[in-house]
Write a protein that binds this ligand. Structure first.
Ligand code: MG
Length: 383
């Protein structure tokens, strides 16, 4: 069903200690979660209502997405929503979802339920039943209970036909401020249906909510693998996993030929499907001649961070007869942990021989293979 949406991101967020809508949660700016979820669920247009002057922050937070535009909000939430509604040039029967940016983890399932409910109602809101018992308290003392039957915790987005919500706001007499759009439509005599909400749609209000949201943030786990080989040649030391080991030969290559770092760099790039080391550091480019491979690994880690992801663990296997890796293994793990800013127990370096078989067995070359696990943010619908 064709629909459009308004995301209200105009609040000062003072209870969360500042402009929370621009703050990163689960690896992306909070407002981006909602806008991306709405666009990916098929919204034709999304209006993001921001405080006047905050347009550049929205552009930064929503970079790379198309189908949205900003509208300057008003002094109150209701004024901001009305500014958004006024900006639509759509048929009056177009469904419009009105959403708070402070509820980032919106799923396609909730959007679907809301649109479906509009078939026989003037509005729809997602809500969760109240599970805790409710008590009235005065001065820290219980002074009675509140029957929780029939009580729901309302969430957003809330769905209406464009004309319905515009007319209802026009009819709002005040003087009180509406708590949400459902209240406006209800007072205008409309029927607002309750559909099943989602615990992940929690509203992030206080600083401590953000810590909980990190655990709630939808993530996907990716695995990448890498493999590299370099040939032995004359030398006095060899670089392996960022550690220089005295040896009667060296590995030959355009850079420092650290096959361990090269395999691991490819594993990390592989986990985020971002090409391979040769794409980013072409051997034809003279600036990488003799380069320390540390920078390749750090660059791959930065690519993960730029996607809002984090490396969970890495595991490297070096395949050679010589040199003996074991005496250097701890130093290698510490070096990799340092470069990747990972705890030591998330970094493994192993070694094996091939029992004299093959090119590694004949000590013609050394091979390295690696795997890396990465967590990336993903839409609630696909988690
Ligand atoms: Mg290599």
């Amino acid at each position: 069903m064709a629909f459009s949406a308004i995301v209200v991101a105009a609040g000062s967020g003072s209870r969360a200690g500042g402009d929370k809508q621009w703050r990163a949660v689960g690896g992306r700016p909070m407002v981006r979660w909602s806008v991306e979820a709405l666009l990916s669920a098929g919204a034709d247009s999304v209006i993001v209502v921001v405080a006047p002057g905050a347009e550049p922050r929205a552009a930064e937070a929503l970079a790379g997405l198309s189908g949205w535009r900003t509208v300057a909000g008003g002094a109150t939430r209701a004024a901001s929503v009305q500014a958004g509604l006024a900006a639509f040039e759509l048929a009056g029967d177009t469904p419009v979802l009105i959403h708070d940016a402070a509820r980032p983890f919106l799923s396609a399932a909730v959007i679907g339920r809301l649109l479906e409910a509009l078939a026989d109602a003037d509005g729809a809101l997602p809500a969760l039943p109240v599970a805790d018992s409710l008590r009235r308290g005065v001065d820290g003392l219980v002074v009675g209970g509140v029957e929780r039957d029939g009580l729901w915790r309302a969430q957003t987005p809330q769905a209406f036909r464009l004309k319905t919500i515009r007319d209802a706001y026009a009819a709002w007499a005040g003087p009180d401020a509406p708590t949400d759009e459902a209240a406006v439509v209800e007072r205008a005599g409309g029927r607002v249906r309750i559909v099943e909400g989602d615990a992940r749609l929690m509203k992030l209000t206080y600083p401590e909510d953000f810590a909980m949201a990190e655990a709630f943030a939808p993530k996907t786990t990716r695995i990448g693998q890498g493999y590299d080989v370099h040939r032995w040649g004359p030398g006095t030391s060899v670089w392996l996993c960022g550690v220089e080991i005295p040896h009667d030969q060296t590995l030959v290559g355009h850079s420092d030929a650290d096959a361990g770092l090269h395999a691991l760099t490819d594993a990390i790039l592989g986990a985020i499907a971002d090409g391979d080391i040769g794409d980013h550091f072409p051997p034809s480019d003279p600036q990488w001649k003799g380069a320390s491979s540390d920078r390749f690994l750090v660059y791959a880690a930065e690519r993960v961070a730029a996607r809002g992801g984090r490396i969970v663990n890495v595991d490297v296997t070096l395949i050679c007869e010589q040199p003996k890796v074991k005496p250097h293994r701890q130093a290698m793990r510490e070096r990799l942990a340092d470069l990747l800013k990972l705890p030591l127990d998330a970094v493994s370096v192993k070694a094996t021989t091939t029992e004299g078989l093959g090119f590694t067995g004949r000590s013609e070359g050394l091979a390295a293979q690696a795997v890396a696990t990465v967590e990336l943010p993903c839409l609630a619908s696909t988690a």
